[in-house]
Design a protein. Structure first.
Length: 244
DNA sequence: AAATGCTTCAACCGCGCTCAT
DNA sequence: AATGAGCGCGGTTGAAGCATT
């Protein structure tokens, strides 16, 4: 058993430099070999941690900000259908991650529970069946409550339901429902890949990167928006790949 | 203005699955 | 066929920000 020098492994919030570094190496090597990326990047993070950071935060296709009412409705509907299959549900919501949806659900579940408690003495069970009753009357969810538009992030996503214009293209990512022991749902990676693949050929290898700084160049995720900001607000790229 | 409680979300953990050897 | 490494998923936690008192 090889004991990895655990003191080397960093945990906790990611720094700006780490984000830049990770994005650089993901663009270089793809978003598959996370352990490899973790090693070659020099990041003192596990492959898992790198993957999570990329999928949930750095991926250019991500939407930011609260879920739209329409998205909320979908989450409720699909949760009634599939239960806590967050990644599966996320597959139906372009630009949303399983983590995001999971958090949303927990948040609203809690709210809903406290509301229910006030109204009735029946303990609200959190089964999908009880949820389905909620889904039929989504007004139970108090949208006005949730929150901040992602602290300091400059990705501009319209907050109305029209931003869901990619949704149809996602429906096919779900193969047959769970049949055996294996999960039948396509992973987020597959989804992202399918989104990004048409652009892959256009990826320009990052030019210079002597050291990583706020000047580091990152692949332009050109299919998504005209302009992109790195969540940390320090990096902006444009459709043509230029940095601003 | 300060203290307290609540909400949100980023990140970690453990488990199970897949795939390469 | 067996084994181990890597990956993905769902559950959980803790810090930070916000709201209320």
């Amino acid at each position: 058993m090889v004991v990895k020098d655990q003191e080397e492994v960093r945990k906790g919030p990611w720094t700006e430099e780490e984000d830049v570094q990770l994005a650089f190496y993901v663009n270089l090597f793809g978003d598959r070999r996370w352990d490899f990326i973790a090693k070659v990047s020099g990041l003192k993070r596990t492959g898992k941690s790198c993957r999570l950071r990329w999928v949930n935060y750095l991926h250019p296709g991500l939407k930011r900000g609260k879920l739209t009412p329409n998205e909320e409705r979908l989450v409720i509907e699909y949760h009634a259908k599939w239960g806590n299959r967050w990644s599966k549900i996320a597959g139906k919501l372009p630009g949303r991650t399983d983590n995001e949806i999971k958090n949303f659900w927990r948040t609203h579940l809690r709210k809903n529970n406290s509301q229910e408690k006030k109204k009735t003495t029946i303990p609200p069970s959190i089964s999908s069946t009880s949820i389905s009753s909620v889904s039929s009357s989504s007004s139970n969810f108090n949208n006005s409550h949730h929150v901040h538009s992602m602290q300091g992030h400059r990705i501009d996503i319209s907050d109305d339901s029209t931003s869901r214009n990619n949704s149809t293209s996602f429906s096919h990512y779900h193969k047959e429902d769970k049949g055996g022991s294996s999960r039948q749902v396509c992973s987020m990676d597959e989804i992202w890949n399918d989104i990004a693949l048409p652009e892959v050929d256009a990826i320009i290898p990052p030019p210079v990167c002597g050291g990583f700084s706020q000047d580091a160049t990152i692949m332009p995720p050109s299919i998504w928006e005209d302009n992109y900001y790195c969540p940390n607000n320090s990096i902006l790229w444009t459709v043509d790949g230029g940095l601003l």
